[in-house]
Structures are given as C-alpha cells and as structure tokens.
Design a protein around this ligand. Sequence first.
Ligand SMILES: Nc1ncnc2c1ncn2[C@@H]1O[C@H](COP(=O)(O)OP(=O)(O)OP(=O)(O)O)[C@@H](O)[C@H]1O
Length: 358
Amino acid sequence: MTKDQIEARFLLNWPGFSLDIDLTLPGRGVTALFGQSGSGKTTLLRCMAGLERADEGFLSFKGEIWQNGKTWLPAHRRPIGYVFQEASLFEHMTVRNNLHYGRKRIPAARQTDLDPIIELFGIGHLLGRKPDRLSGGERQRVGIARALAVNPRMLLMDEPLSALDSARKQEILPYLEKLRDRLDIPIVYVSHSPEEVARLADYLVAMNNGKVMAHGPLKETLARIDLPIRLGEEAGVVLDAVVAERDSSWHLAKLDFSGGSLWTRDKGIALGRRVRVRVLARDISLARDNREHSSIQNVLPGEVEAIADDEHPGLALVSVKVGPSVLVARLTKRAAHMLEIAPGQAIWLQIKSVALME
Ligand SMILES: Nc1ncnc2c1ncn2[C@@H]1O[C@H](COP(=O)(O)OP(=O)(O)OP(=O)(O)O)[C@@H](O)[C@H]1O
C-alpha cells in the first residue's frame, strides 16, 4: 500500500446477502465497480461513503484512516462528493443555490472557484432556473457539479446515467470523459453497463454476489480470458489509439494502436488526437490465411495467446497478441477445432467493426 492508494476491507452480513471485500484501489482515475444487479456495488460504495456501516471494516484514503476498529467517520466528515442515480436537487432552490448549498459548512470548499465546474458541465445558462425547468440530462449535470462544488477529495458515483434514456446518456458521457481527464481526484463509478465502463474506466472491479471476482487496470483486465468476468455479447477489449490518417473520399479514419492500425468510420476527430477504441470479441473472426476477397477492411496478423471457454458451451474465447496489444475473439468451439487453434499459432484477425470512443 502506498500513500496514494485507497484500501478498503468490508465484511457485512444481511439476511440473504453478504458483502466480503478486500481491495486496494488506485488513488486517481476512474475505478468502475461493475456487476449484475444485486452484486453489491451500491452497498460497497455506501460503505466507502460512510452511509453504511459494515460490521467489520477498514478504509484508508491515501494514508488517512476513515474507518477501522476504533474510528468511523460519518459521511458528512468524509471529504467526498456523492452522485446518486437521480440527482436529488432541492426543488425550491435555483441551480446556483443548489450548487452553493453544500459549500456553506465546508470552509475549504468556499475558497475554490465554482466557475471551472460550471464551465465543465456547460450549466452557466441554467444557474437562475429551478430544477423543475431542467431536462433529465441537465439535472444530472447539475447533480454532478453540485457533488464537485464541495471540493471533494474523492467522487463516488452510483449509476449516474441509469435514470436517463439512451440519447441523454450519450449527451452526458462526453462530460464524464472531460471530468475524468481534468479532475485529479479518484472517481469510483458504479455501473452495470460494459459500454460505460469501456468508455470511462481506468480500473475495473468486477463483482458478483457481494465478492470481487477480478480487479485490475481496465485494458489488461478486459484482455484476460482466464478471469471469471463474464460479459457475453459485450466481451471485448479496449485499446488506446491515435487518429493517424483520414480517407475523406470514403469517410474513413485510420487509428494507430501499438501493434497495428484499424480503419473506422470518420467521426471528424482531429488528426493526432488520442482516443479509446473498443473491439468486441463477437466482431472478430479468425482465419489461417489472409483472404483477399472479403468486405472486411481490418485484417491484422497475430499470434494466439490462449483459448478459454465462453459462458455458452458452444463458444470459445481466444486471446491473440497483435504486437504488444491483445485482442479477444469469440468463435464457436467447432471453428476453433477446425482451425486447430493453439497457443503460439500464427493467425489472421478479421475485424468487422470497431467503436471509436473519444
Ligand atoms: N439495507 C439493506 N438491508 C438488507 N439487504 C439489503 C439492503 N440494501 C440492499 N440489500 C440487498 O443487498 C444486495 C446488494 O444490493 P446492492 O444495491 O448493493 O446491489 P447493486 O449491485 O448495487 O445492484 P443494482 O445494480 O441493482 O443497484 C441485494 O440483494 C439487496 O437486496
């Protein structure tokens, strides 16, 4: 444990549910708590916030004890911001007063400037409005800004997009990306959406039934097929890439990652820009030779790293090294048998589609 980490151990027993956690988390970036409904994500977040008191618990934040056998700081004494699934704004107050409300009793918060937060979330024009005049997406932007207005040292977010429809989610995600890139405090983000996790997280904690199934840096963890993280249709990896070239006549952009390049639909992102790319296992086929006549534009040479069972008994996951990067393909076990897939084998990856996430 270094001074820069968060150490969390909680043991909690409720009738029908137990939480049993022992984690060391990074002190910066976005940590996603990921898992199915009922896996205990919210309960873990509430234990970290001091909203729930585990029977046995230990929490140290960058070397400061927030909970151990003797100490238990209640939520209002922890320097955190908490974002709920639905922004619980004070309906009788303007957006401006909602933002100022929590700051009154926190001297450190009063000294910090609200303007960068207002600018970050694009809510300057909403300051004079009451919450009933805000859209769902605007409400949640204000809710997140309000959690930040108290100058927290950690931001805890419980499925902040879950109450929004998919168009509103797409509206908010870029704000969350900006937040991740500009904020120097750790964010713990509860989600059951693999897409959100792929876009936002730096570190992944996969939970099931009150326990941690796997945890580690996002990109490495998604590329490991030996871990019990079951994503089904959403299995796949995330790569860091740079927009390297544009083919305007075909509206395509070339993304360079360490190990190769991928062409994707051009979204108008500037050349040289760093982006995340998500490649789903179901969108990759494997072939022994490089077939020339195919509609698939992205064909990369690789080397089979490992093969593992998928959740479905007819399917297998295959991890393939492409230079220093690893991609994961999903195919039928029959195809894997026919291709004689084995570790160390040279193979071609045919990638049908890649999702560019800014
Ligand atoms: N106060 C409580 N007393 C007893 N059981 C509880 C309490 N709160 C939650 N539970 C139970 O604890 C389990 C974990 O709930 P939790 O809300 O942490 O899961 P989650 O992973 O966040 O789920 P979701 O994605 O649906 O929000 C569930 O079985 C839930 O019914």
